[in-house]
Design a protein around this ligand. Structure first.
Ligand code: GAP
Length: 439
């Protein structure tokens, strides 16, 4: 069963093949902190590029931006994070593990780790990470690492209006790092203290809030399906009133069926005009839209689809993981969508100690690299080379054999079907281009 130990398999494949490594591994690791390796960074970039293409480049009502991580401290006063972005936590006096206080609710107030009833009183825990600016002693200023990228877009609302003159509805999108002092980080890259968000702030007339809220939920749901996530592994879950964040009137999560259970991948919230009003109050600048027709200014409402890059990467990895038996042996491959696959082509000489053969293979790889993300590998026997490429989801393996020296034809092996085509070297680029465009 693939589902058995699926997380362990993903974590192990990620390390073995160069997707994701434990951070600071040689020093014993920094807990719940991960580094993306050669294939991981390609996959992550492809996820971000697919998002940017869908929500910025292919739309005419969206503007991209990239705000700084550090912001004026009043931003967090206005957003409400300084007063309400905290969790209640308890500590087990026996095993010293910390938990969110609400975790104990279904556990008879006993420690979920060791079962002890010696639990501390709930204490408040600030979720924002603090650092200081300014080198001189006594003159440094406390600043926060942003816990969401959203505020960078709200405080630039007037800059976008003044520089791009959009009409409503319009949106701002950005991808960037966010930081939270999570009490219970874990599940690999699912919940970490440093992570990346892909967020949209979509500004609308208040009376259209429900329409755009529903529209965005569906559009974001479809984005995951379109990139290969199986429909049965994705669902929408509306928040109850008690679950809503302090700024939201409504929120629906897109959840993925992770090996550890259904969990949030992205949230789509109706943030009303909360943020624009709060920043207007505290900054003294009116973050309003001028309606040229009615000659009136008003605060637009905001629909916010907010997703996690790392969680998406994990969902795409989990969903793409396949095991099958081929000629009595287990084959593991990642059936990633062609837009997400970290490497599109691998060039593999059938024999590694034939200089004429490896020379031709290298020439072909160098040429393909100009058009596709291509790797060259001659460090093992062909069976092993195929296995490596399958495990990282490479779409096409181009094999150069002795016959290729005679007839200048190569074998192209397709990742999912393992079907093989014989293709002329002169036609190879065009052949791959057609495959990559059409599927
Ligand atoms: N601006 C709204 C906002 O930040 P959120 O639900 O707290 O809302 C949005 O976060 C998304 O960011 C989540 O759906 C998740 O994908 C990602 N995310 C949040 N906290 C995370 C963490 N500790 N580790 C990894 N991803 C996280």
């Amino acid at each position: 069963m693939i589902k058995d130990n699926l997380m362990d398999k993903i974590v192990s494949l990620s390390k073995r093949r160069g997707f994701i490594f434990q951070n600071s591994d040689i020093y014993g690791g920094l807990a719940n902190t991960w580094d993306y390796g050669p294939y991981g960074v390609e996959l992550k970039n492809n996820v971000k590029q697919a998002w940017w293409g869908a929500v910025v480049h292919r739309r005419s009502d969206m503007f991209g931006m990239d705000a700084a991580i550090l912001m004026h401290s009043r931003v967090w006063e206005a957003s409400g994070h300084l007063s309400s972005f905290s969790d209640l936590f308890v500590e087990c006096k026996d095993c010293k593990k910390r938990f969110k206080a609400d975790v104990l609710a279904g556990k008879n107030n006993k420690c979920p780790q060791c079962g002890s009833a010696l639990i501390s009183k709930p204490r408040r825990f600030d979720l924002m990470l603090k650092t200081s600016l300014g080198a001189a002693e006594g003159s440094s200023e406390d600043v926060y690492l942003r816990p969401e990228t959203a505020q960078g877009m709200f405080v630039n609302f007037l800059n976008i209006l003044d520089s791009r003159h959009p009409r409503l509805p319009f949106g701002i999108a950005q991808i960037g790092k966010a930081f939270r002092n999570e009490i219970t980080a874990g599940n690999f890259i699912f919940r970490t203290r440093e992570f990346e968000q892909m967020e949209i702030e979509y500004f609308i007339r208040p009376e259209n809030a429900d329409k755009f809220y529903k529209q965005w939920i569906q559009q974001r749901f479809n984005w995951y399906i379109n990139l290969g996530i199986r429909k049965e592994n994705l669902r929408k879950k509306a928040h109850s009133k008690e679950e809503l964040a302090h700024y939201a009137k409504a929120c629906t999560d897109i959840e993925y069926n992770f090996p550890f259970g259904w969990s949030e991948l992205e949230g789509i919230a109706n943030r009303t005009d909360f943020d624009l009003r709060r920043h207007s109050e505290l900054s003294g600048r009116k973050l309003q839209f001028f309606d040229a027709r009615t000659k009136k200014r008003f605060y637009p409402y905001i629909i916010e689809p907010s997703g996690g890059v790392d969680r998406s990467v994990l969902a795409f990895l989990v969903d793409a993981y396949r095991e099958e038996e081929v000629k009595g042996r287990k084959r593991v491959f990642l059936s990633l969508d062609k837009r997400l696959a970290p490497t599109k082509v691998a060039v593999l000489p059938l024999l590694k100690n034939r200089p004429r053969l490896t020379k031709l293979a290298r020439e072909i790889a160098t040429d393909l690299k100009k058009s596709f993300v291509t790797v060259y590998d001659d460090t093992a026997a062909i069976g092993k080379l195929y296995r490596r490429q399958d495990e990282v989801g490479t779409l096409y393996c181009v094999t150069i054999d002795v016959q290729s020296l005679e007839d200048r034809q190569v074998t192209v092996r397709h990742r999912d079907s393992m079907k093989q085509d014989r293709v002329g070297v002169d036609r190879l680029k065009q052949y791959l281009r057609e495959k990559l465009v059409s599927g």
